[in-house]
Write a protein that binds this ligand. Sequence first.
Ligand SMILES: [Zn+2]
Length: 432
Amino acid sequence: MKTTVKNTQVTEDIFNQVDQLWDEEVEFLQEIGRYPTTLGNEQALQNYLAKHFEEMELDVDQFVPDMKELSSHPGFSVPEWGYDGRTVVVAKAPGADVKKGKSLIYQGHIDVVSPEPVSAWSYDPWGSTIKDGKMYGRGIQDMKSGVAAMIYAYKAVRAAGYRPAADFMLQTVIEEECTGNGALAALEKGYTADGALIPEPFGYKATKSQVGVMWMRVKVKGLGAHTERASEAVNAIEKLYVMMDALKKYRTHINEEPKHPDFAEHPHPLNVNIGTIQGGDWPSNVPSEATLEARVGFYPGQDPDEIKANVKEWLLEAAKEDEWLRECPPEITFYGFHAEGFALDDQSELFQVLDSAHETVLQTPPERSILTATTDARFFNLYYDIPCTCYGPTGGNMHGIDEWVDLESVKNVTKVYADFLVNWCGVVKEEK
Ligand SMILES: [Zn+2]
């Protein structure tokens, strides 16, 4: 059931504005792509965006996530870094006729993962290079392209002479790639709505389900000694191999268990990734300590605390098989992502309005994605009863070398988001 009747003339006017504004949107994406917004380096871009939103005559709130307040929330992830001077930006357009539509949030994260090894790139990761209809750069696909699309969707609505009938918000958040605490902070601060979309760049497919994710650290101690007496020493790096093998076996084990129905077709839905290893400081020294950090996936409906307990037990069991680790067990700790998964009803009104917008713009049947990664959409759905899904542009090499976005898809997604805004929020023609 739609609450507003589709007005094709309105949509056409707004789509024309997306076309008119397209060169500006590309330049805007290039501009925000040049900010190297890795963890802890997001603020210059957040300030730029806050100013941009003010120029768009939106009511802007820029605030630092309050860790004390968030720490008791079930969706909170424990960070190992501070939040001083690191803000979330919320820009609001108060509804022009709130009885007419439903309130809406468009949210994007502006943090990006490391571009290393930069030497392997063919393009400057912060150069926003355009070639053959693609724009290259770290974070250009994930997800500055989506951020540009959601902002220009609203701009096109305004340029066509309309205002959202219900309250509408643009939000840019930090820490999607490590905790989600930015998105959580916005919701906890009371910035909620009747629905939300996140233009994550998974390519014209609305997210139906996503896995849970948690991060862990495993530290193993050895007995450091000079290599001359290495036979008496215990090499921590070699002992860390025992833990790495155990984690790989855990990965096989969890993927052999019965799958969550949404993931039944996926050959290997639950990834366990060993992401970092550290240990040793000199070729001729026996390392006395070695550490790995890993990311563990799990199904919607599974409790992250339970998964943490399971993995810990699995590794401690494996440690018992080793003479040294039995005496000197590994230290297993958790930080960063503590993210539950979710599975949505993809016939809800949010999906219907999105499907219709997709069909209007792309003229193809709507599709779904089942994510083997996490996104900020979990907070809306799990803890605030706000229907939320991800839908965004297409591209390639996300999180990898030479990440790129397909510019045509950015334009199409801008139109889909404009159409969604019209049909979810409702619009009111401005008096001249
Ligand atoms: Zn992302």
